[in-house]
Design a protein around this ligand. Structure first.
Ligand code: GLV
Length: 322
């Protein structure tokens, strides 16, 4: 008998078809928003799960699902998983690294450019019929080329953004990370390791690409924003909760920094109401990895993790040793 799995969110039909060759599949192809109780209920008799960042797998869920062996996340981030609880319950966790690196770095760079050059703010002005004449300082923003690019979190995506900045736009790249890169990786990114304080003080454009954890909660709050240049921009493509969104909205309103670009939010899909009222912020709905080829590659990798685990006893990109 085929093992039974749950696909917790809608996914590409061809990926569902591939899964159906190996598994009894229950899927949420209508993409309903399930409560934790509904997700738990659906998972109760399943051996595997295809999850996304919106599906929380914690000790409570695991306790109700003793047959569960693996959760394959269609995301590189996995803060929706309680990894310690999964390991304790003998449940393997997998994610989708590498396949989204370049697409997400493209988006981070695009969001930085849109933020610095005030693209959405000026588009709203145009659409509202307010553009009646040219003027010398209309939506004048800051330059990307030649500016100092600061990166907090220098993993694969951070390095992708650094390379784009250093090699494509002649940017001076500084970064801070839990651990310093080796000399060859620093040279490839033309990046200089600095303290967090120096990063905050020197960046013209600061991009956040670090994973969310208790340690990175509100890594950027009022105190950090106060250290940034008043002309600086801040981009968050990492996770909601890394930035204190209320403090950021206040800093943007008071022009303590020039502008922000946000793809992720505390409590998303809700967005802090103050962020919706300040003009100097570019807002996107958590789409940094959303190119069609990359989303397909992510879905295939999550599916292949399930297939490899059940057919060969070994997942492709495991996160724990369950
Ligand atoms: C998206 O946010 C991901 O973690 O893949």
């Amino acid at each position: 008998m085929k093992p039974s799995i749950l696909v917790a969110r809608a996914v590409f039909p061809e990926v569902l078809q591939k899964l159906a060759q190996h598994f009894e599949v229950e899927s949420n192809q209508s993409d309903e928003t399930w409560s934790k109780a509904q997700l738990t209920d659906k998972l109760r008799d399943k051996a595997g799960a295809f999850t996304t960042g919106t599906d929380r797998i914690d000790a409570e869920v695991l306790a109700a699902c003793p047959q569960l062996k693996i959760c394959a996340n269609m995301a590189v981030g996995y803060n929706n998983f309680d990894i310690a609880a999964m390991t304790a319950a003998g449940v393997l966790a997998t994610n989708t690294p590498d396949v989204l690196t370049e697409t997400t770095a493209d988006f981070g760079f695009a969001l930085m450019m849109a933020t610095a050059r005030r693209m959405t703010e000026s588009e709203h002005y145009l659409r509202a019929g307010q553009w009646t004449k040219w003027s010398y300082d209309m939506f004048a923003g800051s330059d990307i080329h030649g500016a100092t690019l600061g990166i907090l979190g220098m993993g694969r995506i951070g390095q992708g953004i650094a390379k784009r900045g250093a090699h494509g736009f002649g940017m001076n790249v500084v970064y801070h990370n839990r651990s310093r890169l080796d000399a060859a990786s620093e040279a490839a990114c033309k990046a200089r390791y600095v303290s967090k304080e120096e990063l905050l003080k020197t960046a013209d454009h600061l991009v956040l690409v670090l994973p969310y954890s208790a340690a990175s909660h509100h890594a950027i709050g009022a105190a950090e924003l106060a250290q940034m240049k008043p002309t600086a921009t801040l981009v968050n493509i990492a996770r909601g909760g890394i930035v204190d969104d209320a403090a950021l909205a206040a800093a943007l309103r008071d022009r303590r920094i020039a502008a922000a670009g946000l793809d992720v939010f505390e409590g998303e899909p809700a967005v802090h109401p103050d962020l919706l009222t300040v003009p100097n912020v570019v807002l996107t709905p958590h789409i940094a990895s959303a190119s069609v080829p990359t989303r397909l590659a992510m879905a295939n990798l999550a599916a292949d993790n399930l297939i490899a685990f059940f057919t060969q006893g070994k997942a492709l990109t495991p996160l724990n040793a369950a």
